[in-house]
Design a protein around this ligand. Sequence first.
Ligand SMILES: C[S@@+](CC[C@H](N)C(=O)[O-])C[C@H]1O[C@@H](n2cnc3c(N)ncnc32)[C@H](O)[C@@H]1O
Length: 346
Amino acid sequence: MATWRDVMLPGGKHPWHFFSQEPDIPALLLANRSGAPERRRELAAGLLAEPAMIPPKYFYDAQGCALYQAICQLDEYYPVRCEAALFQQFRGAIATHIPRRAQWVDLGCGDGGKSWPWLAVVGASRYVGVDIAEEWLQMALRDGRRRFPGVECIGVVTDFTQPLDLRTVKATSRKHPPVFFYPGSSIGNFSPVDTLHFLQSVQQHLGEQGQLLISVDGLHDPALLQQAYDDALGVTAAFNRNILRVVNRELEADFRPERFRHQASFNTDESRVELSLVAQETHTVSFDGQQRRFEAGESIITEYSYKYSRAGFAALLEVAGFGHIRHWQDEAGAYHVFLASRRQLS
Ligand SMILES: C[S@@+](CC[C@H](N)C(=O)[O-])C[C@H]1O[C@@H](n2cnc3c(N)ncnc32)[C@H](O)[C@@H]1O
């Protein structure tokens, strides 16, 4: 069982706030996660911007997490099936390149479900779930401990839009190199510039033997993308509009989700799917002592999902300092998995 001592740094100092010392709850650390005042400032600034925007990290309250899981069951949402098939087919081959007894660091772990088939195959010594959604992370850790009693399970609550700070991984990386696992093609939610910064900060945590195993969604027919992000059952629409409930709570705002329509469109020039909420009628929303008038037809941007060619993403990895880049793809060549380590200085 992980305790706060397990994750304390050499020298007895610990820069993070630790919470939850109940014996049946695995250790959770808070690292670089904004408090309520910063979240309010960020949300208010986004709502007053032109165009208005709400960062996608606010999707994941309990209802948002449940709706995301429902999206993963949809016929239209091809990335889940492509990724599952790729992992199923190539798990053994990929695992041969991963050091035994590694620390398995699950970035944006959600319920952790995509990690479980890997832990036994790679003989991981530790599971580190990393996510902004605390409750989901707690569930993942409990599930991990139940399935793998011999594997230490700890969690880090953090916000990837802040500099990545996973010192607990670094502190023991000589003995047990980290494998950063970033599935779900979630990397596509960063802009290309932020993607580069994020990859660079992961690269700085790798040490000599660490690896990054990452899924990346490729280039598709816009009609397929349209269906995937605007499904017939309206689950993605509910996921998108739920963000307004989160804003209402965080910001004491008075959004009425039914006044906004879900919209998904593909921006060819930027190679990204754009999710937005479009006001159905002109009205004014109040939040945090401020107001914003939305004209009928005006949008709030909630998420971008960038799509990459194999060469395009490999180039980003190289610029971020990765080398030994291995690649697997589905039959259509439109969903990618990369395994990469730090480029050795010659
Ligand atoms: C699309 S879900 C993927 C979940 C799971 N890894 C999978 O592939 O099914 C994205 C995950 O990233 C987390 N997340 C989103 N934005 C984040 C941020 N800024 N910092 C940390 N985690 C974030 C969410 O809470 C969620 O668990």
